[in-house]
Unconditional design. Structure first.
Length: 321
């Protein structure tokens, strides 16, 4: 997309708020459902279902991303992906994004250009765009993304609908981002596959609506770890969740990386966050939709176990802990 070299040398204070907004939005194509896009007091989106699904995530530099580990473009993609996976987890399809950006006045405009390029790239994966937002001065680089979605006439799939006897299933990758984080934390930049998974997740966006259509009773996106996020379903639904090790897939690549680092690949799969996979529960008589694989069952009771026993150690990421 390319701003020229003279623009690259500028900072956000030199370009100004409105010049920066223009760089982010100019020449971009919006989805047909965007009736009024950037440039007015607010955006207007079509809502054919009559209901709007909305979610927000905030990413802070040095907490959620580091520019010595990821490029601004990769960070932009990740900022959008973590929100779109929440929309998918409700059984909805995305319709638009609102983006808030806070950065210092000496931030190079090139950083903002690349962040926005990554955001647009990820948004285009599901055919939507950035319909509005805000930019402010801040001491740390902060990205806030709000994603909007449409249920297409379906009921939302919440965390509270699981019933005893349901099948627990997952869609997407597990443990890859955690392996990448471990590799980066040791000062390495390869293997590329696991490092790339930490930099840019690959959420199974289509799997959410497919699960809803198939009759999923509950669903959640896996941002903090499989056990931690299934814990939300267990609590909200008032059921016990048991993960079965024999059903849990541990990719050979993760085992190789874990062996090299003296780590436990199964621990990454059970507790690693940021892959933005999906977990859901299905009635036992329902055939799992494409892309979903069984990993456990629900029962009367409470909490999350592995092979019937509590898992020793941390079950996943939690802020302020």
């Amino acid at each position: 997309m390319g701003p020229d070299s003279s623009q690259d040398a500028q900072t956000v204070s030199q370009v100004g708020e409105f010049g920066l907004i223009d760089r982010v939005t100019s020449g971009r194509q919006q989805s047909p459902g965007t009736l009024i896009g950037p440039g007015d007091d607010a955006a207007v989106l079509a809502a054919p279902d009559g209901r709007v699904v909305a979610t927000t995530d905030v990413l802070v530099e040095q907490v959620h991303f580091r520019f010595d580990w990821s490029t601004p473009r990769q960070v932009g993609r990740k900022a959008v992906a973590v929100n779109l996976s929440d929309i998918a987890a409700m059984g909805a399809v995305p319709t638009g994004l609102l983006v808030g950006l806070g950065c210092s006045q000496d931030t190079p405009t090139e950083v903002v250009d690349e962040l926005s390029a990554g955001m647009w790239e990820e948004a285009q994966q599901v055919g939507i765009g950035l319909v509005g937002g805000d930019m402010v001065s801040a001491t740390a680089l902060v990205i806030s993304v709000t994603a909007l979605g449409d249920l297409q006439g379906r009921q939302p799939v919440t965390r509270s609908g699981a019933r005893p006897g349901d099948v627990v299933a997952v869609a997407g990758r597990l443990g890859w981002a955690a392996a990448g984080l471990a590799v980066l934390g040791r000062g390495f930049r390869s293997p590329v596959a696991v490092v790339g998974a930490q930099r840019v997740p690959e959420p199974p966006y289509a799997a959410g609506p497919l699960a809803a259509e198939a009759g999923a009773t509950s669903m959640v996106d896996i941002s903090d770890g499989l056990l931690a996020d299934l814990g939300h379903i267990a609590t909200a639904s008032g059921v016990a969740v048991d993960i079965r090790n024999e059903l849990l897939e541990v990719p050979q690549r993760l085992s190789e990386v874990a062996s090299a680092l003296g780590a436990d690949a199964r621990h990454w799969v059970l507790t690693g966050g940021e892959d933005q996979a999906l977990a859901a529960t299905f009635p036992p008589e329902v055939a799992l939709p494409e892309g979903w694989r069984a990993v456990g069952v629900t029962a009367e009771g409470q909490g999350v176990t592995v092979d019937g026993a509590p898992y020793e150690g941390s079950s996943g990421w939690e802020h302020w802990r």
